[in-house]
Design a protein around this ligand. Sequence first.
Ligand SMILES: CC(C)(COP(=O)(O)OP(=O)(O)OC[C@H]1O[C@@H](n2cnc3c(N)ncnc32)[C@H](O)[C@@H]1OP(=O)(O)O)[C@@H](O)C(=O)NCCC(=O)NCCS
Length: 188
Amino acid sequence: MGIFRSGANEQRPVAGAAAVAGELPSIRLRDVEEADAEFLAELQSSVADDEWDGYDDAPEDMLSGGSYGGGSAVVELNDRTPVGSVSWIQVPHGPNRSSLAWCIGITVSPLFRGQRIGAAAQRLLYETLFRTSQANRVEAETDVDNIAERRSLELAGFTLEGIARRANWRRGVWHDMAVYSRLRTDAP
Ligand SMILES: CC(C)(COP(=O)(O)OP(=O)(O)OC[C@H]1O[C@@H](n2cnc3c(N)ncnc32)[C@H](O)[C@@H]1OP(=O)(O)O)[C@@H](O)C(=O)NCCC(=O)NCCS
């Protein structure tokens, strides 16, 4: 992907219609390098017990992004400090190539949360995916109660579409997921 720079009612957006996408921090996305192994392992362990993003499945039951035509990137500050990671996988909405959309995910290091880095990174990621692929749609799902991620998606310019009922199996319970999308034609 190279380097790119950026400048509860369940049925309603958590931020309301007035969520403003401006005022996001300046971050970059870059390819994962060998030297990132330690940072990414720490990042992964930081969400091992996360209420919204921690899974207790056996390793063989976890799906790798690589199996879905996706990828991942490191989120870093302009001084190259790594602060998180993003990933994306292809999801089909029909039996043809044109109906493939991207579904994205993110983790921000606990040390760097509270600065809207998640929104900035997810905005830069969909801009990059639209520029580098033919996809018409980038989507993201998160637990209906994951307010930080829902607010981040809304700040990044995603639209809430609805709730995927009991779609996510996590820690022995089925969870409702809030479904968000960003279309190629959505207003900047
Ligand atoms: C989700 C995540 C990426 C957001 O990280 P972040 O960019 O640091 O998010 P912030 O803390 O800046 O919060 C973003 C917005 O949500 C708001 N917010 C966060 N928690 C909130 C809460 N409990 N109630 C209300 N608003 C909340 C913040 O105030 C902020 O809005 P504002 O800047 O307008 O005030 C990060 O929390 C994370 O990595 N979580 C673990 C992994 C995860 O859940 N990933 C998504 C899985 S689908």
